[in-house]
Design a protein around this ligand. Structure first.
Ligand SMILES: [Zn+2]
Length: 344
């Protein structure tokens, strides 16, 4: 399978694995594609579906060829043999109804190609009832059926499903690879990278290497929130490093409190503070570690000298305590006051 050309990067191994399995007829009936939002799961799933039905699959060339009519149909999302189900936009879970539809639909032969491919998006949100319904089909699927379960995590997936569907983890690209790809394929991203390189660095690290997430943030108001959140984390860590939290308490508390009605966002902010503190701990032990929060390693190194490892661990623990309290519905203002006071 060729990649990059189809919008997938950093996953050559997976592409080659699927290509070889299709050619040798050794593909499993189900796979779990595991990766964060925006890491290319949907793109890869479409490529697998195209490879399975590619008219060139018995030849020597790379599949999917992207040239035959079957590939063209599938890669442009116009094939009746590729069925995608996903959770409804306003729902937390993927319920049993779409899975019941699949359970009945698998018994109809493919329309054009050799295989019917069912892509289950947000599969990690399937209810237990939905998973049990799926299991019935996974146990004895017709020969022409392949299931691709796209998951952001597998904790909620039943062991009985996992035992029938090998888990394949999506990789994220190296930063240079990601920049190269974005510049070549997305003109708006290229402009952004060229005009605001420092801001791009911040958005990139907040996206944890997910290209889809980078693209989403670059073009949305979410970008502003990310930058504000990072500014607050930087301000707090700076105040702790220079022992100015008592003086800056009011300002930092006010910045936090702007989010007072948004419990989830404050929890995300606390996670970010923990990531920053972890970066500083790791920097004490390693010269060039992978950073979770900081984009400027020399600045982070300078900061790390201001803290003992025990102090950084204490910051993480305080943040975790606050986060757990918020998850248990504790009063937001009180929790924030306790959290910041514990750091002074
Ligand atoms: Zn083809």
């Amino acid at each position: 399978m060729k990649n990059n050309r189809y919008g997938i990067i950093a996953n050559d191994d997976l592409c080659n694995y699927f290509s070889a399995s299709v050619k040798s007829g050794s593909l499993s009936h189900a796979y779990i594609l595991l990766g964060d939002n925006g890491t290319g799961k949907r793109t890869l799933a479409r490529l697998v579906a195209a490879a399975l039905n590619c008219e060139q699959k018995n030849g020597d060339g790379i599949i999917p060829c992207a040239e035959c009519s079957s590939c063209k149909k599938i890669l442009s999302d116009n094939s009746a043999d590729v069925i995608t189900v996903r959770r409804e936009a306003d729902k937390v879970h993927l319920g049993v109804d779409p899975i019941r539809f699949i359970r009945d639909d698998v018994f109809y032969q493919p329309n054009d190609g050799d295989y019917k491919v069912y892509i289950i998006e947000d599969a990690h949100t399937m209810t237990a009832q939905a998973q049990n319904a799926l299991l019935l089909t996974l146990e004895e699927p017709p020969q022409y059926v392949v299931f691709l379960l796209l998951c952001e995590n597998t904790e909620t997936i039943l062991e009985t499903i996992k035992s029938r569907a090998p888990i394949l983890r999506m990789k994220t690209p190296k930063k240079e690879e990601a920049i190269e790809y974005l510049k070549q394929n997305h003109p708006s991203a290229k402009t952004y990278i060229n005009n605001s390189p420092e801001e791009f660095d911040q958005i990139y690290i907040a996206s944890k290497g997910s290209i889809g997430r980078v693209l989403e943030l670059i073009s949305s108001s979410g970008k502003k929130q990310i930058l504000q959140s990072r500014e607050l984390t930087t301000k707090l860590i700076g105040a702790l490093a220079h022992n100015t939290l008592s003086r800056d308490f009011g300002e930092i508390f006010a910045d936090f409190s702007q989010k007072r009605d948004e419990r989830e966002r404050i929890i995300a902010q606390l996670l970010e503070i923990e990531a920053a503190a972890r970066d500083l701990i790791v920097l004490k032990k390693s010269d060039c570690p992978a950073m979770l929060f900081f984009t400027d390693i020399s600045y982070a190194e300078e900061l790390s000298y201001c803290f003992s490892a025990a102090r950084l661990t204490g910051i993480i623990k305080s943040s975790e305590t606050a986060r757990i309290a918020l998850l248990k519905n504790a009063n937001i203002k009180l929790t924030l006051t306790e959290f910041l006071s514990s750091l002074i």
